[in-house]
Write a protein that binds this ligand. Sequence first.
Ligand SMILES: *[C@@H]1O[C@H](CO)[C@@H](O)[C@H](O)[C@H]1NC(C)=O
Ligand SMILES: *[C@@H]1O[C@H](CO)[C@@H](O)[C@H](O)[C@H]1NC(C)=O
Ligand SMILES: *[C@@H]1O[C@H](CO)[C@@H](O)[C@H](O)[C@H]1NC(C)=O
Ligand SMILES: *[C@@H]1O[C@H](CO)[C@@H](O)[C@H](O)[C@H]1NC(C)=O
Ligand SMILES: *[C@@H]1O[C@H](CO)[C@@H](O)[C@H](O)[C@H]1NC(C)=O
Length: 501
Amino acid sequence: MRKYPNSKSLFSSLGSSPFLVLLVVLPLIVISVFIFTSCLKTSSSSKYSTASPLTWRVGLFDKSYTFASLAQSEASVVSYNTSTSNSLYPDDQATSSLRESSDEGAVARGVVKRHSKLEKMEAKLAKIRSSIREAARVRNLTSIYEDPDYVPRGPIYRNANAFHRSYLEMEKLFKIYVYKEGDPPMFHDGPCKSIYSSEGRFIHELERGKSFTTTDPDEALVYFLPFSVVMLVQYLYVPGSHEIDAIGNTVVDYINVIADKYPFWNRSLGADHFILSCHDWGPRTSSYVPHLFNNSIRVLCNANTSEGFNPKKDASFPEIHLRTGEITGLVGGPSPSRRSILAFFAGRLHGHIRRLLLEQWKDKDQDVQVHDQLRNGMSYDSMLKNSRFCLCPSGYEVASPRIVEAIYAECVPVLISDGYVPPFSDVLNWKAFSIQVQVKDIPKIKDILMGISQRQYLRMQRRVQQVQRHFVLNGLPKRFDEFHMTIHSIWLRRLNIRIHD
Ligand SMILES: *[C@@H]1O[C@H](CO)[C@@H](O)[C@H](O)[C@H]1NC(C)=O
Ligand SMILES: *[C@@H]1O[C@H](CO)[C@@H](O)[C@H](O)[C@H]1NC(C)=O
Ligand SMILES: *[C@@H]1O[C@H](CO)[C@@H](O)[C@H](O)[C@H]1NC(C)=O
Ligand SMILES: *[C@@H]1O[C@H](CO)[C@@H](O)[C@H](O)[C@H]1NC(C)=O
Ligand SMILES: *[C@@H]1O[C@H](CO)[C@@H](O)[C@H](O)[C@H]1NC(C)=O
């Protein structure tokens, strides 16, 4: 019986959507109950298990947007270093090149003009940017900052010190305003079970939690557009139609409403707004509003660079398959010496990468166990826990829930994908705890994995255990866990832009 602050507001201003809802909801509701259980339903029993916290690290960049002129295109000066594609974390050179950027200018402008709330916030952000750059230069692997419960350290981070600094600043300053418009279940709700559970869990935790949200939109650094693509699909999509206009147009209507009612969308052309979606159609849905697609922070499981995912402004979001809605029993696994299988995969033939994998390896080799269906008596979870490496090929879309399953089971993930940006790559050094195999090298998987020495394997496996905390979904979010890492991804992207009145 959770109450949302918006529970009284009707969907009134969202154009024709209510009619669609009425027409489609009733027939679909029966089907949908089998597929997803929304967070609203499961949360009332508050059954989430809790686990230990996680780690990562941060990057700096800067981007001086003058939003008034962004519409005239070349005003968007992207200052992320693109040579490291998904890294927000600057190299030393990149870092120093950022120093010259307009931080001082912004501060000076603030002094000359009367200080608007926004200018004051931007001045604070400018200071934080330089403090993170400073932290990045202290290149010790261990953070020098004190922390009551976790200090990021070691090679799983690109730069533990900078990450930690950024994280602590985020905790002090970051405020998100969640637009109240829209009603559950399509807004302010989402699935807490199933392959898309991370979507519902995040929306739910953000709105329930007090730590990163504000009720004063003038105080916010970013604005959340709280629709769930999974729920929009569930209620507006006619199965088999391949037609998603009803979904896209609902988002268009929604953004028109908030752009009319509040000054914030027009002020930044969406750049300080974010959406979050684990559904395959998150990218397509966002394409109905060009500014949303091009400017906003899109937090997506389907982080496919060939489909417009832009790691400089978009954030990759972990896909986490919670069959029961619980993570109890999934986290942890036997020591490496008790893992008898070299590599394991089980899953259906979804997409061309899996076809290659199954053609090459299904029923071919005892060491590389590739199945489209597990034989009776085989348990998926125990196969993960008894394997040294877990194969995580893309399916119909780039993300695979197997990556987090492997990390939970302490099995070293083997990513097989094209154009996928793994979650939290701006902070985490994926090479330290995962293997990336190119699609063309699928026939060589066994050679590649056999070529990893026992010593190197043990190191990687230990790092998988270390990185686990960053992927754990806690019933009540804990510092450094998946929820906080996602918030930090958004924070970093906000740090990378500057907004002017
Ligand atoms: C990005 O970093 C690389 C070194 O990693 C450097 O060679 C390159 O010049 C940088 N690019 C920009 C735009 O700063
Ligand atoms: C970290 O670097 C500073 C100087 O940059 C040095 O004084 C300190 O001893 C280093 N700490 C470690 C653990 O290496
Ligand atoms: C934002 O821009 C749109 C389109 O130009 C306009 O219709 C709307 O009224 C503007 N919103 C505000 C709050 O001024
Ligand atoms: C969004 O980006 C695409 C590709 O760069 C471009 O064609 C389109 O005009 C952009 N839309 C807007 C509104 O800026
Ligand atoms: C990534 O996007 C491209 C372009 O839309 C598409 O061709 C490709 O199949 C996608 N990758 C996956 C694994 O779906």
